[in-house]
Design a protein around this ligand. Sequence first.
Ligand code: FMN
Length: 240
Amino acid sequence: MKSITNLICNHRSIRNFTNQAVSNEQCKQIIEAAQSASTSSFLQCYSIIRISDKLLRSEFAILSGDQKWILESAEFWVFCADFNRHIEVCSNAKLGYIEYLIIGCIDTAMMAQNAMITAESMDLGGVFIGGIRNDIEKAVKLLYLPKFVLPLFGLCLGYPQYIPEIKPRIPWEVIVHENKYHPLNQKILERYNLDIKKYYQNRSNNKRNDTWSQLIKQLMIKEMRPYMLNYLHKQGWGIY
Ligand SMILES: Cc1cc2nc3c(=O)[nH]c(=O)nc-3n(C[C@H](O)[C@H](O)[C@H](O)COP(=O)(O)O)c2cc1C
């Protein structure tokens, strides 16, 4: 059995899958492990929606920006922050606090990462799909989601056709601070930029020539789903 640290450090997103199915027993184990994650105040404020309908899958593939792996993976699950059952239990629950939105996102993400690790421990691979938020209103309609159920991201799962190279992360010295926040160490960043450039140039697929800083500069000057605040307020999230 692989050590947990090895398993976790071996992660790479998988975007190409064989036709092999993931069994119901595997799905059950993955979901049980996912649910074992810590959960704020024991709220368990999340749901997973398994998309087995091929037509619905294709709708999600398109609205996520034509991500074909949504169609090709054995499983596609949508992870939602979910307070619907809390309203059923407590009809006067004050869900408008932005803190509930934060809690819902944290709990769902922690649970989903447990799902990814468990799937990887079974030699499955996966990729999260934030692209489902490209048209959040449509995603909500397609899944008949009630109020206070927020689709956050999808997860494609299946057996990998090939295993891509590991994407190097920022050196840990940059993300760990001791006792107080430290400014960004430019020397380490420069070194990392070179590492990432080498990684992009040498990887088997989708080669490119960017550094990490270039990537961030291209990405972060664009609008980022600017409709989100209005949508959330319309749905009663984060009003105080
Ligand atoms: C919440 C979330 C949403 C993501 N959305 C997408 C997506 O829509 N499409 C995609 O191809 N990858 C998506 N990814 C995968 C990231 O691009 C990937 O994790 C990152 O580039 C690091 O690569 P690695 O996972 O192979 O180490 C997403 C990852 C996360 C955590």
